[in-house]
Design a protein around this ligand. Structure first.
Ligand SMILES: NC(=O)c1ccc[n+]([C@@H]2O[C@H](COP(=O)([O-])OP(=O)(O)OC[C@H]3O[C@@H](n4cnc5c(N)ncnc54)[C@H](OP(=O)(O)O)[C@@H]3O)[C@@H](O)[C@H]2O)c1
Length: 341
């Protein structure tokens, strides 16, 4: 037997020995119809990695964009150095199945939450520093909601906007995944919070504890007298000049959301923000949130202090993951949408 054939046989034997799992696999791009439940090899246990048995994974706008494809994903992918992986999902909550060499913070059986590549699956392999112990007060579904949306709200308000106690912040688009975290985190940072949301979400958003709630479509913020130190734009449905009009002197506009019209409109908004900040020296910033262990622990701390509780709209069983992604793509989901295993 030649060395090549022997190596091939060894690889096939290894693949055959490797246990499989169910996962939501993306085959192609274009719509959520490309998502299918398939049997795939279970992730191997690598050094420094934690194998998590997933109980819940939340859906982000990112998952919808990844499934639909296009230039936005190519750019976000290169900024975040994302590897192309066919299994969707990045947020998770579950139980530690096994830990690789050098993992010190977790042991089998621990209940954890955080992020990993390919979380719409029975198992995912997570870097140790992408996970934290799940707060006992949260369900797996709630804990699975915290990753991307929590990081985005926390980093956008605290680091990009530099939000300080007593400052006034306007969260535009408060009823979605990021928005529901932003309202609670802005309150936790000691700000005076005005939340703008649609009529469907007014009651939900009011329950998150903002100081004031406005309805988009009915209350035009630019025509009101209030001015804000920070405008946190999740919705991306108003022009930058419209949003800047409600800033107090020295205030900052933070762009979080991607323009709902997609394609060129997304780039125009980002480029317009860059020109305004770099050339016109206006306080307008666009940012992309990052995984960060210390921030994951901050989010957990806020939950434990009773200042943060993820809000969940709908939970979908694993085999209806495509429906969950499609629903998030409508932009009409209330708070977070979660897939359960
Ligand atoms: N920059 C980053 O790092 C980062 C990270 C995560 C997400 N994002 C982006 O942030 C956005 C929100 O993400 P998500 O996960 O929170 O999605 P989501 O849960 O689907 O939220 C959709 C958002 O759009 C708003 N919206 C929809 N239609 C609207 C309308 N006609 N007028 C005003 N607001 C409208 C909703 O506000 P109401 O419910 O209050 O109406 C809600 O805030 C997406 O564009 C996503 O790509 C950016």
């Amino acid at each position: 037997m030649s060395a090549t054939v022997a190596a091939q046989n060894a690889a096939e034997a290894h693949a055959a020995a490797q246990p499989t799992m169910k996962a939501i696999v993306q085959e192609g791009r274009g719509s959520a119809d490309v998502l299918h439940v398939m049997d795939v090899p279970r992730p191997e246990l690598l050094d420094g990695r934690v194998l998590v048995r997933i109980h819940a994974a939340s859906v982000n706008a990112l998952d919808w964009h990844t499934v639909h494809g296009g230039r936005l994903m190519d750019i976000v992918g290169s900024v975040m150095r994302m590897k192309q992986a066919p299994v969707r999902g990045v947020d998770l909550a579950g139980t530690v199945e096994a830990v690789g060499k050098d993992v010190t913070r977790f042991k089998p059986g621990d209940e954890v939450f955080g992020s990993a590549p390919g979380t719409f699956a029975e198992f995912a392999s997570a870097r140790e520093d992408r996970l934290a112990l799940k707060p006992a007060s949260l369900t797996f579904e709630e804990a699975a909601s915290m990753g991307v949306a929590g990081y985005t709200a926390l980093q956008g308000l605290r680091d990009i906007a530099g939000l300080k106690p007593g400052q006034r912040v306007l969260v535009y688009g408060a009823g979605g995944g990021v928005g529901t975290f932003a309202v609670q985190i802005a309150k936790a940072l000691g700000a005076h919070v005005t939340a703008v949301t649609g009529p469907r979400n007014v009651e939900l958003v009011r329950g998150l504890g903002p100081d004031a709630v406005l309805e988009h479509g009915r209350d035009d913020v630019a025509r009101r007298p209030e001015r804000y130190d920070v405008v946190f734009d999740v919705a991306a449905v108003r022009s930058l000049s419209h949003l800047r009009r409600v800033l107090a002197p020295g205030g900052i506009l933070v762009l979080v959301g991607a323009d709902k019209r997609g394609g060129a409109a997304i780039f125009t908004r980002i480029i317009s923000a860059l020109v305004r900040s770099r050339v016109l020296k206006q306080r307008v910033k666009f940012f992309v949130a990052k995984n960060d262990l210390s921030d994951l622990l901050v989010l957990r701390g806020l939950v434990e202090e009773g200042k943060l509780r993820p809000a969940i709209d709908r939970t979908f069983p694993f085999d209806r993951a495509a429906e969950a992604v499609r629903y998030v793509g409508t932009g009409q989901a209330r708070a977070k949408v979660v897939i359960t295993m």
